[in-house]
Design a protein around this ligand. Structure first.
Ligand code: PFF
Length: 446
């Protein structure tokens, strides 16, 4: 049997996994959810959710992946042979399909906006930004074209494999993303209303906080850290046996959160206050309006949308890798064929989402893209995260889990560390995630 590919170093893994985590969720979703939920208070609650609930789940996924050295389906089959737990992995692969299909649509918008920005069509046009967006959204041919173009980029990276494809892309793109972000922050902080924006972002207003806010924060933490669908199982499966998974999980969680927080430092000072609109159009409409009014706006717009495209690509790659690794391990399909085949089918599946912003009456009426996000980006991830905790707690057993985690991690065995993980995996995470899942199912909203 061929030896499973591995990341070339710990840094390589951390960058690739951070690339998966850092995505549209950080730069697009986090600011608009923060905007809609009262600013600073939401940020604080988000931080608590990330480190109390999501971080232990990240460790769980990495341990499962590295122990089994398989895709999510194979991982559960290896660790719990003869049981039905592999279904959790299968749901993860399906979630990969679902999320990638609509995520690539939004990712495609970033490409379109780079081109619009370069050609001056964003900042020098007499058409207002809302109309630019609507005209673009209504154009079915353009929507589908950008969806396929972005999917092709994703496939291209995944074909390269772990070291030469995914890791290499992350090593180039993430530092670039970080530099571009710092440049943008430096610039927007010089704008006249920057302080108003920062106040909204950083000074908590707890009157806006209710149970809905907390649950939104938790859902966002899961999505942002790519948890609940086996992306981290898959990436963990390419780790060597002696890696300290606790520190790896910590770095990934830290970088992802840092980038989300930094994205807020771009968006809110640029807006100069609380956002007037807080939905998905925040970036594609409201921010474009800002770019028009500020000096060097056209360059800032280009840089900003390049940044978004980079963030999106390192995430779409991880979504496709989940499906690809499944096809390679379980169906014995060669990487290139698996990546192209899966990428193509997923892009086809993305068409209804691409047409659901005005291009097609039916898909627009049912809000197909939002529905996909709700089902796959919310329900599947929460359910998956819950089941993974229950798997470790009640099927695999915490003892085995800790034993495997201890390879490379010297904290295992210290009583406060073991007690913390016990409390998290038996109690805090399953309970918190179950409440979120119930809330999503009952209210039908995210
Ligand atoms: N974490 C990504 C983001 O924040 O945009 C989205 C994502 C990627 C979710 C991969 C799930 C996943 F498996």
């Amino acid at each position: 049997m061929q030896k499973r590919e591995e990341w070339s170093s710990k840094l390589g893994f951390i960058l690739a996994a951070s690339g998966s985590a850092i995505g549209l969720g950080n730069i697009w979703r986090f600011p608009y959810i923060t905007g809609a939920n009262g600013g600073g208070a939401f940020v604080l609650i988000y931080l608590i959710c990330v480190f109390v609930v999501a971080f232990p789940v990240m460790i769980v996924e990495l341990v499962i992946g590295r122990k089994a050295k398989k895709n999510p389906v194979g991982a559960f089959k290896t660790i719990a042979p003869g049981s039905k737990w592999w279904i959790i992995g299968a749901l993860g692969v399906i979630a990969g399909f679902g999320i990638l299909s609509y995520y690539s649509v939004v990712a495609g918008w970033t490409l379109a906006y780079i081109i619009k920005a370069v050609s001056g069509g964003l900042t020098n046009s007499s058409v207002n930004p809302a109309e630019i967006f609507n005209n673009f959204a209504k154009n079915g041919v353009l929507q589908v074209t950008y969806l396929f173009v972005f999917s092709a980029f994703t496939v291209f990276v995944v074909i390269g494999g772990i070291k030469e494809g995914i890791e290499k892309a992350a090593k180039i793109l993430l530092p670039l993303l970080f530099i571009l972000m710092l440049l943008l922050i430096g610039y927007v902080l010089t704008l006249p209303n920057a302080m108003n924006g920062l106040k909204f972002y950083l000074i908590p207003d707890f009157s806006k906080v209710n149970s809905h806010t907390v649950l939104m924060a938790m859902g966002q933490a899961f999505f942002s850290l790519s948890l609940g669908m086996g992306a981290m199982i898959t990436y963990g499966s390419y780790l060597p046996s002696d890696d300290d998974l606790f520190s790896s999980a910590f770095y990934v969680t830290f970088f992802d959160t840092l980038i989300a927080i930094l994205a807020g430092f771009i968006i809110f000072p640029a807006l100069g206050g609380a956002p007037s609109k807080s939905g998905p159009s925040l970036v594609f409409v409201v921010l474009v309006d800002v770019f028009r009014k500020i000096p060097f706006g056209e360059i800032i717009a280009i840089v900003f949308f390049i940044l978004m495209a980079i963030a999106a690509l390192t995430s779409t790659v991880s979504l496709l890798e989940v499906v690809t690794s499944y096809l390679i391990d379980e169906k014995k399909i060669e990487r290139k064929k698996a990546a192209i085949g899966a990428g193509f089918v997923i892009a086809l599946l993305g068409i209804p989402s691409a047409l659901s912003l005005g291009a097609n009456k039916f898909f627009t009426k049912i809000g197909f893209l939002d529905k996909m996000d709700f089902v796959f980006g919310n329900i599947f991830l929460t359910f998956g995260g819950l089941m993974m905790c229950l798997f470790v707690a009640y099927k695999w057993g915490l003892e085995y889990f800790l034993e495997h985690l201890s390879e490379g991690c010297e904290h295992v065995g210290k009583s406060h560390f073991n007690n913390w993980l016990k409390l998290a995996i038996y109690f805090i995470c399953p309970l918190a995630i179950a409440v979120l899942l119930l809330y999503l199912l009952i209210t039908g909203e995210s």
